[in-house]
Write a protein that binds this ligand. Sequence first.
Ligand code: ADP
Length: 583
Amino acid sequence: MFRSIRWRIAIPYGVLIVVTMLALGIYLSRFIRQTYIDNLEAKLATEARMVGDVLAPNLQAGGGEAHLDSQAKQWADTLNARVTVISPTGTVLGESQQASSTMPNHSDRPEVIAALSEGTGSSIRYSQTISMDMLYTAVRIDQGSQALAIVRLALPLEQVSASIASLQRILVVVTVLVTIVAVLMAMVIAGRITRPVVELTRTAWQIAASTQTEQTIQGDNDEISQLAHAFHSMSVQLSKQINDLTSERATLNAVMEKMTDGVLIVDSQGAVQLINPAAMRMFSITPESVIGKPLIEVVRHHQPVEMWQQCQVEGKAQRLDFEIGRRLSLQGIATSLSPALPGATLLLFQDLTRQRQTETIRRDFVSNVSHELRTPLAALKALTETLQTGALDDPLAARRFLEQIETEVDALSLMVNELLELSRIESGRVPLIIIPTHPKEIITPAVDRLRLQAERQGLSLSIECADDIPQVMADATRIQQVLVNLLHNAIKFTPSGGEVKVRVLEHEHEIYFTVEDNGIGIAGDDIPRIFERFYKVDRSRATSGTGLGLAIARHLVEAHGGRIWVESQLGKGSVFYFTIPKA
Ligand code: ADP
């Protein structure tokens, strides 16, 4: 408690006042005592002179001792003091207190010696005669140049002491009161001085506990208050800066979290300082702590480490394409972060897998298209050349060649049409009108379209669809196109005498459409690929097709939010499934 500034100011202040009051008290009591005694001495001297003047004639007359004793007694009663008359030789001539004859010679008394030599003398001492401190004042009574006698008056100092004691009591009381008032005032003043400091301390604690402080510090405009205000505005500034930093950090974290590119920051020693979730996913890093670990331990691939080393050596940005297994194609960029972060390097990884796949698909597509076009074009070229080299002259042969040319041109225009259709569907340029539709409205027209073809090939074509089957969300024309493609294949790949069935089944929130045949079936290896563009299982046996029908079907089904797949066994037949969501 006494360690606070308030007490540190108040206590010395109080001690100073007590000491000052004590010194003042001692000085005052001495001064008063002295003044009192001086006044008393002067009074006693005047009275002694008066007594001497009255007694002078008796002394001249050489009056007896008894006579002076009684006179001394009378004067003593009048003056209320002890009166002694002493001869210049020291013999006591008259005494108010006792018989002068019994008294010893007084020539050795200091006041007597002083009076004889200087006219007046005073002394304070303990009187054996009346057993108390006495003030003695003696005056010499002269006649002409001759000393007649010494008249001495004495008063007990009891009264003086009593006066001084009462004065001291007053002084003590005043000192105590003044000290209390002074200490209280010191505490109030110290309190006012220290209040801003207390506020300052509280604010500092609040900032330390990172609670927002909106209060302002009160106080006068003194130095401590100014310090407190400066401190307060500094704290406000500081918390604003902390807030700004926190929100900046949150933004940075959010960006890092949401970024699809992988980000790593590596220090000059190759230790990982920062990693974002995308980088963790790319390098299959478990979310345990990787901060501070060496780069090679974290990414476990030598290419990023070499790229970082190259960047360190050359001091230039480095770019590197590499693959992680067969899974991922990555492009890495290493950039030095100096001078903002001396020695640190930023490693950025972009996932180019999809891009690479798209490139591969595009390349394959171009080569497929050119390949598919080359066959009919080469046939056309051969036919026209044969016609030119003489076949024209043979009308029968010419007619046959022209029929073949027509077949090739039909095949070409079918392929071009299907390609156009596929590209329109893929690019979303075919607007779908998806409305609740009954499955029967979809399958009946499609089956009807192909019934004649099936009959011609000696195949039975049947439908299985419950009357109460729920409606589907579909663009009927487009789903009919899917069914026509599937039925067309089923008829094409089923030998005469076989059967083709179209079924509609309800399954949870979807409707299953199936096209089943007992034809040649598809080999297990081919199954995953038949929905690709231009994929034909056996090129030699299926010259009539383009290999685009199933690709178109898949796109249309997926555009409806459904799935398409096949179950098949070579030599036994195939079942094509596709689903469409219920209305
Ligand atoms: P295409 O125009 O050649 O029929 P598709 O994309 O429709 O092209 O079919 C791709 C390939 O899948 C066909 O060439 C064929 O080999 C195979 N295929 C499709 N449907 C059947 C089926 N029902 N039975 C056997 N093979 C089939």
